[in-house]
Ligand binder design. Structure first.
Ligand code: FMN
Length: 195
């Protein structure tokens, strides 16, 4: 398990050559999300898995949404960033379905205010599971947040149910650069053990 977590890093240098088939990637993403925990086993996480031209379409939506708000003088840097995500093999869009969350709020009024928070936790766990599973398969990925800017156009393009809320975008592909060394803050700042 820890060896798999160690393999997971942010990869911005993505290419299109996947070490496994698209069908295998799809199965891996689905299984990682299926196996992820959720509050009251609500299974609120949803995903849209985009390959090739469909993924390009998503990054075009992001590019045009950004073009509308980023000053023209700064846009080239933004454009390059979007190009790097589009240069991968695909993108996973993570959603949380608000229907099961609303149902839990109605059924358990005592915890009503917690369910949206726990839904955020669930999507984070699903994201880590997918990111780690991709890394373990030799696939690079990063975690992006272009919502709510892209929500309307994305919903229209892939006919996303109104109750699904976009929580993250994960572009993935072949690892085209080595990972920079990662440093860690002191354990003393982070952990306390009592026994
Ligand atoms: C909740 C969360 C939000 C993040 N958002 C972004 C993001 O919007 N864009 C991005 O490039 N990386 C994002 N990251 C990735 C972090 O920058 C990255 O995980 C961190 O620098 C550690 O590097 P590593 O992933 O290589 O271990 C996010 C990570 C987390 C956990």
């Amino acid at each position: 398990m820890l060896d798999k977590l160690k393999k997971r890093r942010t990869q911005y240098a993505l290419g299109k050559k996947l070490p496994i088939s698209e069908t295998q990637v799809e199965a891996l993403v689905k299984e990682a999300i299926r196996l992820s925990p959720s509050s009251f086993n609500s299974q609120s996480s949803r995903a849209v898995i985009l390959f090739g031209k469909e993924s390009d379409k998503f990054w075009s939506i992001a590019r045009e949404a950004l073009r509308a708000i980023v000053p023209a003088s700064d846009f080239e840097a933004t454009n390059q960033k979007i190009n790097s995500f589009a240069s991968g093999a695909g993108t996973v869009l993570f959603y949380e379905d608000q229907e099961p969350i609303k149902a839990l709020q109605a059924n358990f009024p005592l915890y009503a205010h917690n369910f949206p928070i726990w839904s955020e936790h669930s999507t984070g766990m699903a994201q880590l599971a997918v990111w780690t599973a991709l890394a373990d398969a030799g696939i690079g990925a990063s975690l992006q947040h272009y919502h709510p800017l892209v929500d309307a156009e994305t919903a229209k393009t892939w006919n996303i149910p109104a109750s699904w809320v976009l929580t993250a975008q994960m572009p993935f592909g072949s690892n085209e650069a080595a990972f920079p060394e990662k440093t860690f803050i002191d354990d003393e700042l982070r952990f306390r053990t009592y026994r």
